[in-house]
Ligand binder design. Sequence first.
Ligand code: ASP
Length: 338
Amino acid sequence: MAKNKPVAIAIHGGAGTILKANMTPELEKAYHAELEEALKAGHKVLKKGGSSVEAVQAAIVIMEDSPLFNAGKGAVFTHQKTNELDASIMEGKTLNAGAISNVSHIKNPIKLAALVMTESRHVMLSGEGAEQFAQSQSVEMVKPEYFYTDRRWQQLQKVLKEDPDASKLSEDKDDKYASTSHQQPSQVSTASDKVWPDDKKFGTVGAVALDQDGNLAAGTSTGGLTNKKFGRVGDSPIIGAGTYADNESCAISATGHGEYFIRAAVAHDVCARVKYKGIKLQAASDEVILDKLVKMEGQGGVVGMTPQGEAVFSFNSKGMYRGYVDAEGKIYTAIYEE
Ligand code: ASP
């Protein structure tokens, strides 16, 4: 039964060098539409009296299923031409959290992260172990080829050309794209910069929400960084770096160059500044993103939410795919700096 207390949700679809000058109207429209769909899905859950954890999942699943974002279906390629996905989720009431890293067969990593939180005794599971746990929970598994998209493949080829390690490391004994029905790099039409204007962006997705019981939640899901090596894990599945939620301060989901976000403990630091300095969430987010991170030369941003349901955005890059639903249920989406 709906309780009719205020609810709120805000999302991001990655930050980075996103310039209007390079964007086609069609692609811009597609991004706005996908952000809107994700917001609607999360907001619907909240209006029905669902929890903020459920709403965060619902919004993120839409973006994971879209090839536009670097999460789920649209995940970037590693150096070894695989896709290794990370995700995390946290509940502000209990400080319960769940995270997974380095999975390659999970259609919706955010769902698995939520199951780690509710159905396991652990906070973070990785690689094969995480996938075994997924099987025990009847989570939807997919073949690695599910994550192949032309755009991400081209991104990898571009980056490999400039990677001095390429010849040393890229020998892939089990190159699944060498003999499958997928197009080979030479046959694939090269996506022009006009079509994909944001190759230097961090396309992770995330959501923060407040439910009718006054509980906050945050979640983040990513494919990581193109050409990542050696089982690299970024900030997105790290509680306190890419994701944090505490009813006493705020909920945060981050996107950006994970190595910096881990070192700066971004998500927790924002909430800690709210809690201990008694400053507003916008000010706390700006201190971390526009000052601390800029000094460290780390690029990216956050979406945050107060316990009253105010959505906050802060990013030090040219743009961040983002949006929120206001108290009247009106949806706002944006891409560039304003
Ligand atoms: N933060 C992610 C990572 O470093 C990347 C992103 O935000 O797109 O793995």
